[in-house]
Design a protein around this ligand. Structure first.
Ligand SMILES: [Mn+2]
Length: 431
């Protein structure tokens, strides 16, 4: 497997930090052992944890107002894969890449697949895009795509999604994520029920094109760009559509796509109970679809989401396998650094959730001990599992401190030279 950063540099970095890590790890092992927890089991779980990278997150995002490009941004999907390769090389937690079409469309899918494999990467869910018009496109999505009044526009949106499945199939993907921005900006603009009927009609055609081992992941979002009524606004609508479409249709939860203060962990519990949790777009949020770095605003919420996932995994065993993806917009940070630290934060929540003493929790719940029930969760959440995460990376061949190792490598300077900015180019969009 090729590496992007010289492996000697990573080894040198690790040699400097290894002694300190071993001390921290031994101290944590002792502390966990007093709680009846075997650190090695947690580290083994951390070593297997994976969250996919969004290809569109490798470039600087932007807002409705402006985009401030960074140095050495990837200019095409091959360069995005190189950056994803670096992130996985150092974190060892991001072997999947989620592509977005048509942004990432290339004629030579074999070359793309080979480059991914050379970096130890595979392709996770592919994403379609019917929320913006592409150059040369026959019918506009200004008034909707899958829900459009125009049958020709709907057919175009369906055909694009079917093409995404074909491209994804050639790349080894197993899921299509569909997010539509369709909706209304004014009361009365849409017949609310009619719009959803048209959505389902289009979705049925896309569903029919899925290979047997694929999933269709339906992503809901409260608002934006439709500011009055978004067609797939909430998990209830997403769930009803997934039920109506069939077994291969599942719900995708993007943490930023809810009203503030929504109990997202409860949504997760509902979806797992009824077998419809397809996956996640992880990010963090203060107000809306902020697409901030995972764990940067509300790490406790992320932990509580993983607490429900750990509960589901305990109930359902190996069959429980939702798709984990990051979906973030990096506006003021180096996207590689943000994606590395975000992957680590998601992995941290996963490990902490696996630290919850579930037998004790059940006991406190059954004896109506609300205080100790809450403390049982907090006890796990307060435990600093950084040494477990670092040891998992070291054992998997990654970097003890990925951001420090990346900065010391000079990778950004190298790509800034190799990738001169294109005048007028803009890339990423965020969903
Ligand atoms: Mn998303």
């Amino acid at each position: 497997m090729s590496t992007i950063i010289d492996s000697g540099r990573v080894a040198e970095h690790n040699d400097k930090l290894r002694g300190g890590l071993e001390e921290d790890y031994a101290a944590l092992a002792g502390m966990l052992s007093r709680r009846g927890v075997d650190i090695e089991q947690l580290t083994a779980k951390a070593q297997k944890f994976a969250v996919a990278l969004p290809s569109w997150g490798a470039g600087t995002g932007g807002t409705r107002f402006a985009r401030f490009p960074g140095r050495g941004e990837p200019r095409n999907v091959f360069e995005k894969l190189d950056d994803c390769g670096v992130i996985h090389q150092l974190t060892r937690a991001t072997p999947g890449v989620s592509l977005h079409f048509p942004w990432d469309k290339v004629s030579d899918t074999q070359a793309l697949r080979q480059q991914a494999e050379a970096h130890g990467l595979y392709f996770d869910a592919v994403n379609s895009n019917t929320f913006q018009d592409q150059v040369g496109q026959e019918h506009t999505y200004k008034y909707g795509s899958m829900t459009a009044i125009s049958a020709a526009t709907r057919a175009q949106a369906v055909a694009h999604n079917v093409e995404c499945i074909e491209l994804g199939n050639a790349l080894g993907s197993k899921a299509l994520t569909v997010w539509v921005g369709d909706g209304a900006n004014f009361p009365g603009q849409h017949n609310l029920r009619g719009a959803l009927e048209r959505y389902l009609e289009s979705a049925r055609e896309i569903y029919a094109a899925l290979p047997a081992d694929w999933n269709l992941l339906i992503e809901h979002k409260l608002f934006e760009p439709a500011f009055y009524a978004t067609t797939i606004a909430d998990w209830g609508t997403s769930f009803a559509c997934a039920q109506s479409l069939g077994e291969k249709a599942k719900c995708l939860v993007d943490l930023g796509h809810h009203a503030p203060n929504t109990n997202i962990e409860m949504i997760v519990a509902r979806l797992t109970q009824f077998g419809k949790l397809g996956g996640f777009h992880f990010n963090d949020s203060k107000y809306g679809d902020d697409d901030l770095d995972s764990g940067s605003i509300n790490p406790f919420q992320l932990f509580l989401v993983f607490n429900e996932l750990a509960d589901a995994a305990e109930r359902e065993g190996a069959a429980f396998n939702p798709a984990y993806m990051l979906d973030q917009s990096h506006n003021v940070t180096d996207p590689i650094e943000s994606l590395m630290s975000s992957a680590v934060e998601v992995q941290r929540a996963f490990v902490q959730a696996n630290l919850v003493d579930r037998d004790a929790l059940r006991g406190f719940q059954e004896s109506h001990d609300a205080l100790q029930s809450a403390q049982t969760l907090k006890h796990a959440y307060r435990t600093d599992v950084s040494a477990i995460l670092a040891m998992a990376r070291l054992r998997n061949g990654g970097a003890i401190d990925p951001v420090a190792c990346y900065r010391a490598s000079g990778y950004r300077d190298q790509v800034a030279e190799a990738r001169p900015a294109k005048a007028g180019a803009s890339s990423s969009g965020i969903v």
